[in-house]
Ligand binder design. Structure first.
Ligand code: VGL
Ligand code: ZN
Length: 209
């Protein structure tokens, strides 16, 4: 695992949205999304603390293209808090597509944080909704548990992993991303923008040997 560091009691693995709808055959499939599950399982084995996020939308979610008449999925619109990509309906609360991928085996996960349940505000980040002010509670949880160093894996690298890692830094945590255990959507240059942002903000990326 991340050999440059010893994983200790202050490290937390944050697995972002390892869900059926983000894998091939799902409603918002990320190319190769299913491929990361075995590696995530192995990485999780080396951590004492693991948190999982779960994209968890009501059918009325403002980021669903189906709620904007005439709008195509993957187009962009302006909502109350700024620009928002419009997605195909995905990870709808209580549906099979919202479940964790069947190949994910991380029974030690100590917290599952659901996000995107506010109909009027999408939530990419594990820390803040897309309005950038409504907290999910994860920062408080990590602080109270003295978990200071976040390691991010999961889906999608250029959306929910990206914004989670950026917000981790903004909240004063160390943030590391393990790209081999992530897959990207790559919409309109979003992957290139992710690498640039990581460089600018001090999010480290680490290849496993
Ligand atoms: C995600 C788009 C919409 C993600 C979630 O997990 O990256 N992307 N909802
Ligand atoms: Zn979503």
């Amino acid at each position: 695992m991340p050999k440059p560091f010893e994983i200790d009691d202050h490290d937390v693995l944050v697995i972002i949205d390892p869900q059926v709808d983000f894998c091939p055959g799902g409603a918002l499939a990320v190319p190769g999304g299913d491929e990361v599950m075995p590696l995530i399982n192995r990485i999780a084995h080396d951590f004492r603390h693991v948190v999982i996020t779960q994209d968890w939308h009501p059918l009325t979610q403002v980021s669903f293209a189906s709620n904007h008449s005439g709008a195509a999925p993957f187009s962009t619109t302006t909502v109350g808090y700024g620009e928002q990509v419009l997605w195909p309906d995905h990870c709808v609360q209580g549906t099979p597509g919202a479940e964790f991928h069947p190949a994910l085996h991380v029974p030690k996960a100590e917290l599952i944080i659901r996000k995107g349940y506010n109909p009027g505000v999408d939530s990419y980040s594990a820390f803040f909704e897309n309005d950038k002010v409504t907290a999910t509670g994860l920062a408080g949880y990590l602080r109270e548990r003295n978990l200071r160093r976040c390691w991010f894996v999961g889906l999608a690298l250029d959306f929910c992993v990206r914004f989670s890692a950026e917000d981790a830094v903004a909240e004063g945590f160390e943030a590391h991303v393990l790209p081999q255990a992530c897959r990207a959507i790559d919409l309109n240059g979003s992957l290139a923008a992710t690498w640039e942002s990581f460089r600018n903000l001090g999010v480290s990326t680490l290849e496993l040997s």
